[in-house]
Design a binder for this molecule. Sequence first.
Ligand SMILES: [Fe+2]
Length: 231
Amino acid sequence: MASHVTPLLNNLRKGTVPLRHFTGGAAPSAGFKLPDLPYDHGALAPVISGQIMELHHKKHHQAYVTNLNAALDKFSSAQSRGDTAELSALTNAIKFNGGGHVNHSIFWTNLAPKSQGGGEAPKGELAERINKHYGSLDNFITKFNAQAAGVQGSGWGWLAYEPSTDALSIVTLPNQDPLSTLGLVPLLGIDVWEHAYYLDYKNARPDYLKAIWQVVNWKNVTERFDAAKKK
Ligand SMILES: [Fe+2]
């Protein structure tokens, strides 16, 4: 694997994609796999319908996985041919589809049905830090939603942890750019691509953002925060 692509693969790994999903070596074909959802496709309704979840998971996320594996296959082939131009051209596809795989893998676990704790407010140090930094959870959500609603075109809103400063921040990124490319640890990601909400909310992204907090899995977000602080 050429050295300039190794960081991208490391970012895939950092994005909580289990290492066992990457076979590595000279033939990485099918190395990444679509993870199962930790709940039924319809379990987040009516906040997010089963129709959206099934399409989003089984079609959109699957496409990122399929295209990532195809790009890695082409990369391996170009590497063996010594085709530097092709290697450079493929890095965009690896970043886009690898980011899509990482981001969605995080997103699914950041959500939970109400019956499994979705929407329950965070506790412990993360709750204290949010209150201290943003004034209250409601203020944090208002600020997060304003920034995520303002993403032009497709992208993501994130609650991020910056290890070097021990700080929380709200960050938006376009397309499928993974947060790890900024040196930040993703705690909570909200997908604001239209495919995440259009069937339920049409063009009203703010309505989707207002509703989604009913199914945010703060327990998972807190676990990510606790793990990030220990590193
Ligand atoms: Fe998505």
